[in-house]
Design a protein around this ligand. Structure first.
Ligand code: GRF
Length: 205
């Protein structure tokens, strides 16, 4: 990995996690340089935010590709000139294939709004709230071939309050997501993580 790793960020929607990474970079608190923001939607609000922050943006709609792997091959080709060391999936609402993962082996991170392995998949906050858990939170993990499954880098717990609504809980979890993602990207960028099986060992600074 280069001294200042190059970070690519993939988004599908509003991009508050992306924004947290870009803001950390602007404050000089991110150990990687965001070089591109990619979206699978041309009209993702996140792209406007990325442009405003002066980061290159790329977008490719997935319609018209014969398979997920074909689409991912096009995404990899689109991102190739940016020479990313780390990819952060920041609300990227697509399942990535091995074609994607093999382009950045062991260097693709995802953020998920639950304490995995509880409540993988869509609507995680709603799932946790309806289940009646007392504690939920968020997880940043390495991405592997299974959905919301890879080795866990950072987790943050958030208590469910007696008068919570899904929206209030989601907002408190989102706040934690923003910090947790910066922390996880920094650990990986600093080369401080090592895998032992699926356990992520963190080297002291
Ligand atoms: C976040 O809750 C993230 O954990 C999940 O999708 C949501 C994206 O939100 N994967 P944002 O676009 O980062 O605001």
């Amino acid at each position: 990995m280069t001294v200042r790793p190059r970070l690519g960020i993939c988004v599908s929607g509003r991009g508050s996690n992306m924004q947290a990474l870009l803001r950390a970079a602007q404050r000089g608190e991110l150990l990687a340089d965001p070089v591109v923001v990619f979206s699978n939607h041309l009209d993702a609000p996140a792209l406007e935010r990325a442009r405003a922050a002066g980061v290159a943006v790329e977008a490719l709609e997935s319609r018209g590709y014969a398979s997920r792997a074909d689409y991912d091959a096009a995404v990899v080709q689109c991102l190739q000139p940016y020479d990313c060391d780390i990819i952060a999936l920041a609300g990227y609402m697509r399942i990535v294939t091995p074609t994607f993962l093999n382009a950045w082996p062991g260097r693709v991170l995802n953020i998920h709004p639950s304490l995995l392995p509880a409540f993988p998949g869509l609507h995680a906050v709603e799932q946790a709230w309806s289940y009646g858990v007392r504690v939920s939170g968020c997880t940043v993990h390495f991405v592997d071939a299974e959905v919301d499954h890879g080795p866990i880098i950072v987790q943050r717990a958030v208590s469910v309050l007696p008068d919570d609504t899904v929206d209030r809980l989601a907002a408190r979890i989102l706040e934690q997501e923003h910090d947790a993602f910066v922390e996880a990207v920094n650990l990986v960028a600093a080369g401080r993580v090592r895998l032992e099986g699926r356990r992520v060992l963190i080297e002291p600074e």
